[in-house]
Design a protein around this ligand. Structure first.
Ligand SMILES: Nc1ncnc2c1ncn2[C@@H]1O[C@H](COP(=O)(O)OP(=O)(O)OP(=O)(O)O)[C@@H](O)[C@H]1O
Length: 244
């Protein structure tokens, strides 16, 4: 793959019958970049992510993720990425330690490595007192932080976060973003969707999808200048919701 891009997308398209859910999108994401992937409900974000993580084949167009072609190397992509969403994260009926062990196994880590990672992670997240509690009993914010750490267990090149902070308070979201920054600083690429516009401000670059197309893509600062507004919320309203 040329330069330092870990995601390269060219005219990526997904059709369901006559309906085009993702319409010839093109962009690239660099190593260690925090890339915000925004759009109103139904804009096509999840459909695009599914193609990028190798669980849905494009109708046309190209994408390389972590150096692998989505058409032919989906298994290699899955080994090199992490994924977390609001809808799927951890198993509520397993304990904190059991979740870590379970996912570590899925990611192919050795028992020794899982034990090391598990001990370190529990300490870093301050979860010592609840290590043997069921994840379902934890506050949502703790679950999300744990789910993010679990998605990073196998040191993926890229982690895809689909609305990772849904439903939690701003302080907990801010703490979650500190984890994101730390991961990005150590070279992991973060590809994140969110409906919270304060979070869009935290991204290095943001793309905004409208009806299957990417209508804008740039740094938050440049997008605000381009649309002559003071906040990403206003950029989003102007573009994604077409409000003047
Ligand atoms: N398997 C499918 N078959 C037919 N249409 C689909 C399918 N999956 C998604 N769509 C349609 O594609 C469009 C984009 O959906 P998608 O879930 O990608 O949007 P989104 O931007 O992720 O929205 P949200 O923020 O609500 O998750 C929607 O109109 C949806 O109904």
């Amino acid at each position: 793959m040329k330069n330092d891009n870990v995601i390269q997308v060219q005219d990526l398209t997904k059709k369901f019958g006559d309906f085009t859910a993702v319409n010839a999108i093109s962009f690239e994401v660099g190593r260690g970049e925090i890339f915000g992937f925004l759009g109103a409900n139904g804009a096509g974000k999840t459909t695009a992510i599914k193609m990028l993580i190798g669980i849905s084949l494009p109708s046309s167009g190209e994408a390389q993720v972590a150096g692998y072609d989505v058409h032919t190397k989906a298994e290699a992509i899955k080994r090199n990425i992490g994924y977390m969403s609001q809808k799927f994260a951890l198993y509520d009926d397993l304990t904190v330690k059991e979740n870590i062990t379970f996912f570590g196994g899925i990611y192919g880590l050795s028992k020794v490595r899982i034990k090391e990672k598990s001990d370190r992670l529990i300490e870093e997240l301050g979860l010592e007192t609840v290590a043997n509690s069921l994840v379902g009993s934890l506050p949502l914010g703790w679950k999300q932080k744990l789910a993010f750490s679990v998605a990073m267990l196998h040191d993926p090149k890229i982690v895809f976060l689909d609305e990772p902070t849904g439903g939690v308070d701003p302080i907990t979201r801010r703490q979650f973003w500190e984890m994101i920054y730390k991961a990005a600083n150590s070279g992991t690429t973060i590809f994140v969707t969110t409906h919270y516009m304060d979070e869009a401000e935290y991204c290095d670059r943001v793309s905004i999808m409208v009806d299957g197309k990417i209508e804008a893509i740039d740094t938050p600062k440049k997008l605000k200048a381009q649309f002559k507004v003071d906040s990403m919320n206003d950029v989003f309203l102007k573009l994604a919701r077409n409000i003047e």
